[in-house]
Ligand binder design. Structure first.
Ligand code: ITT
Length: 203
């Protein structure tokens, strides 16, 4: 197996258009002490997510970004996979919340999960976060991180974003929606994935 490629640049572009993700990624990457640029800084495109896996979509987004701006780009594809729904909404987590005009309503998406689970005792779920790091020459490194827990109803807490108020991590009393950034950051799927990519490419 080839050794992973190490990041030796001075600037890293975080290629997400999701503000909640961006906030968390900035926080987790801050200790690196490198310049972080955002999708907005380069007016990056939002490619259609046509792949069938988290990793596939993360690679697709990181590659499109690196091609567009000529910098090393990090992309995140993530979602909530519910066991009793065969992993749904999974890679379609953002799309479950979207209406015909492209607006997102996560209360509606959470209610849909709750509705589809009617009569089911199994509430096990996991958040998954795939991260792809792509160089301008097309080289890509990938990792996947997880947070295991269950989905609850009704949703609880104003913090975080997306499906956070519905997700109770294993061994915790608070949902992600009731945790502050540090509390979620200690155990989140995104933190888990970032630690893996830091070990692989930055340390
Ligand atoms: P980018 O593709 O621009 O990064 P996006 O929001 O479209 O932004 P995804 O396609 O990866 O990103 O969709 C992931 C969705 O899964 C996201 O919109 C959230 O609703 C949900 N999600 C992912 N991580 C989450 C987290 O930490 N907490 C709550 N919901 C999360």
């Amino acid at each position: 197996m080839q050794k992973p490629r190490k990041f030796e640049g001075k600037t890293l572009v975080v290629a997400t258009h999701n503000k909640g993700k961006m906030r968390e990624l900035r926080e987790y990457l801050a200790p690196l002490g490198i310049e972080l640029k955002s999708a907005d800084d380069y007016n990056l495109p939002e490619p259609e997510e046509t792949e069938t896996t988290y990793i596939g979509n993360a690679v697709l987004k990181a590659k499109a970004a690196a091609e567009a701006c000529g910098q090393i780009c990090l992309a995140d594809d993530s979602g909530l996979s519910v066991d009793a729904l065969n992993g749904d909404p999974g890679i379609y987590s953002a799309r479950w919340a979207q209406d015909a005009d492209g607006n997102r309503d996560f209360l509606k998406a959470m209610a849909l999960i709750h509705q589809k689970l009617a009569g089911q005792d199994n509430r096990k779920a996991k958040f998954v976060c795939a991260i792809a790091l792509c160089w301008p020459d097309g080289h890509v490194e990938t990792v996947e991180g997880y947070a295991h827990g269950q989905v609850i109803w009704p949703p609880r807490g104003p913090e975080g974003f997306g499906y956070d108020p519905m997700f109770l991590p294993d061994g915790q009393q608070k949902t992600f929606g009731e945790m502050n950034g540090d509390e979620k950051g200690a155990i989140s799927h995104r933190r888990n994935a970032i630690e893996k990519i830091l070990d692989k490419c930055f340390r």
